[in-house]
Design a protein around this ligand. Structure first.
Ligand SMILES: Nc1ncnc2c1ncn2[C@@H]1O[C@H](COP(=O)(O)OP(=O)(O)OP(=O)(O)O)[C@@H](O)[C@H]1O
Ligand SMILES: [Mg+2]
Length: 383
């Protein structure tokens, strides 16, 4: 059940966000710039989003009293964290406008629901099956084409809770190491490239699509996003078509990310995220509106805008590994002509933890990639 705001929500109103990480922080920045107040619901004492927002309701995501407080404070609520219990979103929805719809969030929370959703709606995805006990692994592996990936059905992120396997024994031990929880087994895709589409949809069914992003991962974590993506027009058009199909089939409202594998001219959907996405951070410096601006507009019952890109961009993720590297300082990144740095304000750096991103903006992707390579060369152990 969609509960659109009865009239557009305008500056001066208060917007709520579930989750207090960097996505919430950038949402809060976008909303605040447009004149909204922001209330963050997050269990941590402080954090990237709470530090820059008007209100912080500090409680668990299933705390009814905290959720009621959020609903009372806000004119609309969204989420930055896809593992918020759908029940909490439903509770909020009975009191205040919520986007995206809990049902869409529920689909994205479970890899198996996500895959079934793709199959049921004719959205291309890679071959897969479900395993819930170790004796099912040999069978599952045999259905794949020699190399396969096992992924926990829930709570995976940044490559955690998944492993590429070349034989049955390897997959069995991976399954055990994940605690023998329900897992998805899928074909390993020898892709030429990975791409993602960020789409923003309003309550009336209008949508705006951001330019196709090309993504490179390192150790399962997004490393670089390159826009324009270096793929054929056919691939770019197919990707946009698939993104519209996914959003349409979900009756989606808000900002949605769709990750895909490209092999030749073929696309397979890997997964979706019911929120702004790391691969959309480039929009903060290279398009007329950012994905966070659109998250604000959509939840407020406003129409989407036409998105135009004004410069080629390469986004570099900054992980804890770089921040902890000998000789690292933020200072050289500040005030460079060719980039903008976005630091998330996390209290401590850890291996693999997302600390910041840098958007290199300029005339050509090739030039930007060489600037990124030059920058990285100073930190050989971090990459
Ligand atoms: N079936 C596959 N074949 C080849 N590579 C894969 C496959 N599944 C995942 N990968 C690689 O691992 C990366 C992370 O996988 P995936 O997006 O499924 O997991 P995640 O941990 O949920 O990531 P995210 O941080 O995007 O939420 C992918 O972007 C891709 O590079
Ligand atoms: Mg992913």
């Amino acid at each position: 059940m969609m509960n659109a705001p009865s009239a557009p929500i305008l500056p001066g109103a208060t917007l709520g966000v579930l989750g207090g990480g960097q996505l919430g922080r950038m949402f809060s920045h976008a909303a605040t710039r447009m004149g909204y107040h922001v209330a963050v619901l997050d269990p941590a004492e402080s954090g990237p989003a709470a530090d820059v927002s008007t209100h912080h309701i500090r409680c668990a995501y299933d705390d009814q009293q905290g959720l009621a407080e959020l609903a009372a404070l806000c004119d609309a609520v969204t989420t930055e964290f896809e593992n918020v219990p759908a029940e909490s979103l439903r509770f909020l929805q009975s009191r205040v406008s919520v986007s995206p719809d809990p049902q869409a969030v529920e689909v994205a929370q479970s890899r198996i629901r996500e895959k079934s959703f793709f199959v049921d709606n004719g959205i291309p995805t890679n071959h897969h099956c479900l395993v819930s006990s170790v004796d099912q692994i040999a069978d599952a592996f045999a259905q794949m084409s020699g190399r396969a990936v096992i992924k926990t059905t829930r709570l995976g992120y940044d490559g955690k809770g998944q492993q590429v396997c070349n034989d049955v024994a390897e997959m069995q031990s991976a399954f055990e190491s994940f605690g023998a929880v329900e897992c998805l087994v899928e074909d390993f895709v020898a892709f030429d490239a990975e791409v993602s589409v960020i789409i923003a949809c309003d309550f009336a069914g209008n949508s705006a699509v951001f330019p196709l992003a090309e993504n490179q991962h390192r150790n399962g974590i997004l490393d670089l996003t390159i826009v324009p993506a270096r793929v054929s027009d056919v691939v770019a058009q197919k990707a946009e078509h698939i993104a519209r199909q996914v959003a349409g089939a979900l009756n989606y409202v808000g900002v949605l990310a769709i990750e895909m594998f490209v092999t030749g001219d073929e696309l397979l959907v890997n997964e979706i995220a019911p929120r702004p996405h790391n691969s959309g951070h480039y929009t903060m410096d290279a398009t007329n509106y950012s994905q966070f601006d659109l998250q604000v507009l959509m939840m407020c019952g406003l129409p989407p805008v036409d998105i135009t890109q004004h410069s080629p961009v390469v986004m570099l993720n900054v992980l804890g590994d770089l921040v902890l590297h000998d000789g690292f300082s933020w200072q050289p990144l500040l005030g460079r002509n060719d980039c903008r740095v976005h630091v998330y304000g996390k209290s401590s750096a850890r291996h693999g933890r997302k600390m910041a991103h840098v958007n290199f903006v300029g005339n050509t992707v090739d030039l930007l990639l060489s600037e990124v390579a030059d920058y990285r060369a100073g930190f050989p152990q971090a990459f």
